[in-house]
Write a protein that binds this ligand. Structure first.
Ligand code: F6R
Length: 617
């Protein structure tokens, strides 16, 4: 949700900011803008539409300078207009500001500022913040020593703010300086060679430096051409910890692929290898996790698990629930993070809480984590982005290690969450009743998952053909049972988010309790039909659909016999262990949605109205 970049150094800030914005575009693409400070002037260019459009405008206006800020917007307050695009400039012309987040008490602050004579050009909460800084600055005495008037006016303003923010601010009186701050919206400081870069995530700065400081909530960074300092809202100095990013810029590029989503689908075998590396015990019978900060003894005391997440990550939690209950026989509850945070549901005292989040910045998941901690529960995180808010606030965690996921539709992060969920189930099962030999068999199955995914990916040309046939439909059902019911939900979500075809996921047998009314030759159904003890029940559901002329795409285990004529198209998946099945079954639905979206001419990596990393409620 909105991407921000700020640059202080000796190079052309505009080019660096535009490159950073391009990489952050997955966070929002309603409008984009840039502001450079030059000769005590703030020059702003901003436009609705994508960063490419902004780049053309910037070229026309010959914008240049060595200090600047830029923004790509996912609209919250105010429509998609040039005026609402960031950066916003205070009505006295002294400050320019970019913002990711939501200022909840902006209306009362705006009223106050209007009373003081400040004027507004946009409908945004951000412009209010910018003017409030100008207001505090006007009252702030000039100082010869200590924190500058610029930093203090930002600090005072933020003390009055309710809501979330990642901001970067320029001030004409402080050339070559930027003040940045964060609360619940990510902000990273890149420490380069005679330059500093602020950005919403590492992809925007990794081409210039791999040394970063992950700012914490309530911290303010002050960048000058020669140094940076960090302090808190309470004016305490912070000693920065400089971390190193372990991936490089090529990991965040799509290379020869048409879309990031395609690249990330095909990257899954390697991603899974990375996610499991070093995570099996020496005797090869169970999983091991370095970062959980919980002893085996404490783990054994746990009587229930609660998993919270949003969207695709929530589907991964549902699969994990199935595997933990099936193999470890421990009750698991799964809730939408957005519901859990307000539901105040009773929790068993011996519950261990897990959140799953690729980005680690999803505000609902972060709030669920905080709510569980507030109630005194220990919270573990399954998370991909190192140093994210969720990773920092959790009591322990498991990193997914799949590198940056740029496509808005989650793919490799999802299958790695499924893998980690399967490993958690194994770990718990081996602590209880699972035998050594069953453990070894389970571990071998997980180790084989990357090759099975490679095998499943070989169906891509066939799935592309099938996609051509179905791209013109308006509705689709996805049906699966047991561990593949969440895959039906995921298939429907993938299809609707990138191709705009209405799709629903159901447990296959539930179909006859309502959704069957939708079935006709105009509503195809995608069925998961793996080899299992309930295979014949799945076939019965398929026949009920066929009897009503519904076209059927079956995702079936290689070698299973489907009655003649029941499926119009079959996508084979390799036979595999129950713990690996959801991972393998994810591949055909990802490819089907991807190719259908491409066939329909959709902007796969930037679906309308969406953005990756939902940092607003
Ligand atoms: C769908 C998708 C979203 C995310 C959800 C949670 O393809 O990507 O549904 O899964 O917004 O995001 P994270 O995992 O970053 O918390």
């Amino acid at each position: 949700m909105c991407g921000i970049v700020g640059y202080v150094g000796k190079q052309n800030a505009v080019a660096i900011i535009l490159e950073g914005l391009k990489r952050l575009e997955y966070r929002g693409y309603d409008s984009a803008g840039v502001c450079v400070e030059k000769g005590r002037k703030l020059d702003v260019v901003k436009k609705t539409g994508r960063v490419d459009r902004l780049a053309k405008e910037v070229a026309k206006s010959r914008l240049s300078g060595t200090t600047g800020i830029g923004h790509t917007r996912w609209a919250t307050h105010g429509g998609v207009t040039d005026a609402n695009a960031h950066p916003h400039v205070s009505s006295d012309g002294r400050f320019a500001l970019i913002h990711n987040g939501v200022i909840e008490n902006y209306a009362q602050m705006k009223k106050f500022l209007l009373g003081k004579g400040y004027t507004f050009k946009s409908e945004t909460d951000t412009e209010v913040l910018c003017n409030l800084i100008a207001y505090h600055y006007a009252k702030e005495p000039k100082r010869a020593k200590g924190p500058s008037r610029f930093v203090e006016s930002v600090r005072k303003t933020l003390r009055h703010v309710e809501g979330t923010y990642g901001i970067a601010v320029l001030c004409v009186d402080f050339p070559g300086e930027i003040v940045g701050a964060r609360k619940a919206s990510p902000l990273i400081l890149g420490v380069g060679d005679q330059e500093y870069i602020l950005a919403s995530d590492a992809s925007a700065l990794v081409s210039r430096t791999q040394n970063v400081v992950y700012l914490k909530d309530g911290e303010i960074a002050h960048l000058t051409p020669k140094a940076f300092s960090i302090s808190t809202l309470d004016q305490d100095d912070v000693s920065p910890v400089v971390d190193t990013i372990t991936w490089s810029v090529s990991d965040a590029e799509k290379g020869a692929h048409a879309h990031f989503m395609e690249k990330e689908i095909f990257e899954q075998p390697t991603a899974l290898e990375n996610a499991m590396r070093g995570r099996f015990s020496a005797d090869g019978s169970t999983a091991q996790f370095g970062g959980l900060n919980i002893t085996p003894g404490e783990f054994r005391e746990i009587e229930r698990f609660m998993f919270c997440a949003c969207g695709t990550a929530w589907h991964a939690c549902l699969v994990t629930e199935h595997l933990i209950e099936r193999f470890a026989r421990i009750p698991v509850e799964v809730d939408y993070a957005s519901e859990f945070r307000y539901r105040n549901s009773p929790l068993h005292p011996r519950t261990l809480f897990f959140v799953m989040s690729q980005s680690g910045e999803t505000i609902d998941t972060l709030a669920a984590l905080r709510e569980a901690k507030r109630k005194g529960y220990r919270v573990m995180a399954v998370n991909n982005v190192v140093g994210s808010s969720i990773a920092r606030e959790a009591d322990g965690g498991i990193y997914q290690h799949v590198g940056p996921e740029v496509g808005v539709a989650s793919t490799k992060a999802f299958t790695s969450q499924l893998l980690i969920g399967a490993m958690i189930a194994l770990y718990l099962a081996r602590m209880r009743d699972m035998s050594f030999s069953d453990g070894v068999e389970y571990v071998e199955a997980l180790k084989g998952a990357p090759d099975l995914v490679r095998h499943a990916l070989k169906q891509a040309p066939r799935i592309r053909e099938i996609a051509r046939k179905y791209a013109g439909y308006h509705d689709m059902l996805f049906l699966g049972r047991l561990s593949l019911f969440p895959l039906a939900l995921e298939g429907a979500l993938k299809l609707k988010e990138i191709s705009y075809i209405h799709a629903e996921g159901y447990p296959a047998a539930e179909m006859k309790h309502g959704p069957i009314a939708l079935i006709s030759e105009k509503c195809p159904a995608v069925f998961f039909a793996p080899k299992s003890e309930i295979f014949s029940k799945i076939v019965s559901s398929m026949q009920e659909i066929k009897a009503r002329k519904g076209p059927i795409i079956a995702i079936a285990t290689e070698g299973v016999e489907l009655p003649k004529g029941v499926a119009d198209d079959v996508i084979p998946i390799p036979d595999c262990h129950e713990a690996v099945l959801p991972i393998v079954a994810a591949i055909p639905v990802q490819l089907l949605s991807y190719y259908i979206a491409v066939e329909r001419g959709c902007d796969v990596d930037k679906p309308r109205n969406l953005a990756k990393s939902v940092t607003v409620e």
